[in-house]
Design a protein around this ligand. Structure first.
Ligand code: NDP
Length: 320
């Protein structure tokens, strides 16, 4: 039996690639020097795509992919993929939110605790001998009883909320539409920030959310407030963030993502009131393997005519 043709825009982890190589004829666009020529030559026979959030897939690319049925993305974010064009053409899209939501939620909680309890500065205080020289570290603010706002109550936002519940905080959230949950809903992110002591951002990237966390939101969060960004660098106006952290308009920030990765603005990274992580919220072996496996499993389900495991949207029956 002939193997289905699958285009690789970005490779999955080695164990997943072994499975894909055994099951399909892979066309490695990721390794091609002349990408446009490679796509024009091999695209028309490909029925599936293996990719992640780093590789672009545009409406123009789809012109060379007339037989494409499914795109399997090994990341949760897919702002580099024109998902509206895929939907229009009846092409399925899968992602890996379910595989990574626990690790990303853990990271949001880790950064929250690190910011609120001064983990990095306190670590240095012990290491440098300042504790012995200067005495007790300044008293901090307890987490219990504080108001935590979550901007984006999707797969990961909900996992963050469930982790924070045992900390006995008050939870509120903002998303495009209210959800059937007990937490307080805020129609705008500025209202949420005004209410909250801590604002955790976990909305998708892309033009709709670009600069959503701006000077107004940061001012509303206030001088005792903490901003945690585990979403995308583009969601926060970084110039406004640097200004707010420098002037004391905002208390502190815990960041996993930046506008310029992997070389974030030194004006941001040099500040004393930031806790920084290198876009590594899903960066564990177990989770990265599980993310890659979603690509294998969704492709297999698709070609077996079974329901997809991690669809981003539902296609009408006639095109599914
Ligand atoms: P989901 O699609 O499950 O949830 C997204 C949430 O954001 C929903 O509640 C949605 O609201 C809300 N939202 C979307 N657009 C807007 C908007 N314009 N204004 C307000 N709220 C909005 O996504 P996930 O939880 O799986 O992932 C969220 C994002 O997290 C990913 O897209 C990715 O960018 C980022 N991420 C970062 C990682 C990291 O390494 N730091 C790892 C994984 C993901 P509604 O439901 O009302 O539509």
């Amino acid at each position: 039996m002939s193997k289905e043709d699958v285009l690789v825009l970005y490779p999955a982890r080695p164990k997943a690639m072994e499975q894909l190589e055994a099951a399909y004829t892979l066309h490695r666009l990721d390794e091609a020097e002349d990408k446009a020529g490679f796509l024009a030559e091999h695209g028309p026979r490909c029925r599936g795509i293996v990719t992640n959030g780093h590789a672009a897939l545009t409406r123009a690319d789809l012109e060379h992919l007339p037989n494409l049925e499914i795109v399997c993305c090994s990341s949760a974010g897919f702002e580099s993929i024109d998902d509206a064009a895929l939907r229009e053409k009846g092409i399925a899209l899968t992602n890996s939110s379910d595989a990574l939501c626990d690790d990303v939620a853990d990271t949001a909680v880790m950064l929250t605790l690190a910011c609120r309890r001064d983990l990095v500065a306190a670590h240095d205080y012990v290491k440098s001998g300042d504790w012995g020289r200067k005495g007790m570290y300044p008293l901090l603010s307890a987490l219990k009883g504080k108001k935590v706002g979550i901007a984006g109550l999707g797969t990961i936002g909900k996992a963050i909320a469930s982790r924070l519940t045992p900390f006995r905080v008050c939870l509120g959230y903002h998303s495009r539409r209210p959800k059937p949950v007990d937490h307080a809903y805020f129609e705008t992110v500025t209202e949420l920030a005004r209410w909250a002591d801590i604002l955790i951002v976990i909305v998708p990237g892309g033009p709709e959310t670009e600069g959503m966390i701006n000077a107004e939101v940061l001012e509303a969060l206030g001088p005792q407030g903490t901003l945690i960004n585990v979403a995308r660098g583009s969601v926060v106006n970084e110039a406004d963030l640097i200004a707010a952290l420098t002037s004391g308009t905002l208390g502190n920030a815990g960041l996993d993502v930046y506008l310029n990765e992997p070389n974030p603005d030194p004006a941001l990274t040099a500040l004393p009131n930031v806790t920084l992580y290198p876009h590594h919220a899903s960066g564990t072996v177990e989770t990265r393997d599980a993310m890659a496996q979603t690509v294998v499993d969704n492709l297999r389900a698709h070609f077996a005519g079974e329901p997809l495991l991690n669809p981003v949207y539902t296609l009408p029956e006639s095109v599914a």
